[in-house]
Design a protein around this ligand. Structure first.
Ligand SMILES: Cc1cc2nc3c(=O)[nH]c(=O)nc-3n(C[C@H](O)[C@H](O)[C@H](O)COP(=O)(O)OP(=O)(O)OC[C@H]3O[C@@H](n4cnc5c(N)ncnc54)[C@H](O)[C@@H]3O)c2cc1C
Length: 294
């Protein structure tokens, strides 16, 4: 392992000062479950590492808006996956994210790994990402120049590359609260039932019509590991919005899904298998949320 200078941030201003001076050559360390492995394997060789794990203000989940109607949750970048899964606020207001984080790694990984680390790693298989994309979350970056907000939809610029500037720290993620009449689910296919990186995943958040329970009013759907980055499934959304989720609509949505992904072969699965599985998961999710028998 190559030597590097380790700086343990004593405060948020200290961290931002450090990134302003050395951002180009610095890797930020949060839980370390991605970064340490990349440094050990030589895939990442930073000259400096900035440890932000002691910045308590970035470990907080806060409701924005009123208690009865929080318009959004604000999750500090150092909030762990375990916190997301266990928090009463995330379970009540952003259940899609809580469900996605529950599928990550093992209890040990969920206790260390952070929501911010999952975003910045920007893996096409990152489990929090389809959920955050479907919920239209916003990333709040901090730097000495001030605060910059980036919508999740504008965040991925390519495989494992993002709109983050090197002098910026991801500070918070703002996630709109799910409305009472919305339904959601996260479907992940891995090679095993636990401790498995996803082969593919699909996040669904649908608003159904109270007067016509099978009618889908709005749909936000995102795919993991089916394209170079996590993507919104816009054609599937169009295929279901304003329609009853009956067999004809679901069959159209499944065809739309196949038309908008570009899966690849890798050690976990072939592109062909991924295509077959996207059909199965899109059907399963729509049947589950639409209330039709599976
Ligand atoms: C055994 C194992 C199983 C795993 N299983 C899964 C899984 O099922 N699903 C899944 O999605 N992931 C999985 N992971 C990957 C990993 O645990 C997650 O991506 C985790 O969320 C990373 O968070 P972290 O805090 O450990 O990030 P770190 O390793 O500390 O950092 C990751 C990257 O983000 C940057 N970074 C971190 N925080 C900030 C910040 N606030 N501002 C700017 N840059 C920042 C770092 O510089 C680095 O580039 C697994 C990892 C292991 C080792």
């Amino acid at each position: 392992m190559n030597p590097f200078e380790l700086h343990i941030a004593a405060s948020l201003p200290d961290a931002l000062d450090y990134l302003a001076r050395y951002g180009q050559e610095t890797a930020v360390l949060a839980g370390g479950t991605d970064l340490v492995i990349r440094i050990r394997s030589g895939r990442e060789i930073p000259a400096r590492v900035l440890d932000i794990s002691r910045l308590k203000e970035l470990r907080v989940i806060r409701e924005e808006g009123t208690d009865a109607n929080p318009a959004a949750l604000r999750l500090g970048a150092l909030v762990t996956h375990a916190q997301v899964v266990e928090s009463a606020a995330t379970r009540a207001h952003t259940p899609l994210l809580a469900e996605a984080c529950a599928t990550i790694g093992s209890p040990q990984i969920r206790n260390l790994g952070t929501i911010g680390g999952n975003c910045i790693t920007a893996s096409r298989a990152g489990d929090a990402l389809p959920a955050l994309l479907a919920m239209d979350a916003e990333l709040v970056f901090l730097s000495k120049a001030g605060e910059r907000r980036v919508r999740m939809a504008d965040f991925f610029t390519g495989p494992r590359t993002t709109a983050r500037r090197r002098d910026e720290l991801l500070g918070h993620i703002v996630v709109p609260a799910r409305a009472a009449d919305e339904r959601s689910c996260y479907l992940k296919l891995g090679q095993r039932k636990a401790l498995a990186i996803s082969v593919i995943s699909v996040a669904f958040q649908l608003k159904m019509d109270a007067a016509a329970p099978r009618r889908c009013l709005t749909a936000a759907i995102a795919f993991g590991n089916l394209a170079p980055t996590v993507i919104r499934a816009r054609k599937v959304e169009e295929a279901v919005m304003g329609r009853d989720l009956d067999e004809a609509t679901i069959a159209q949505a499944v065809e739309a899904a196949v038309g908008e992904v570009s899966p690849r072969d890798d050690v976990r699965a072939s592109a062909e298998y991924r295509l077959a599985m996207v059909r199965a998961l899109v059907r399963r999710g729509l049947e589950r949320l639409g209330g039709a028998a599976s």
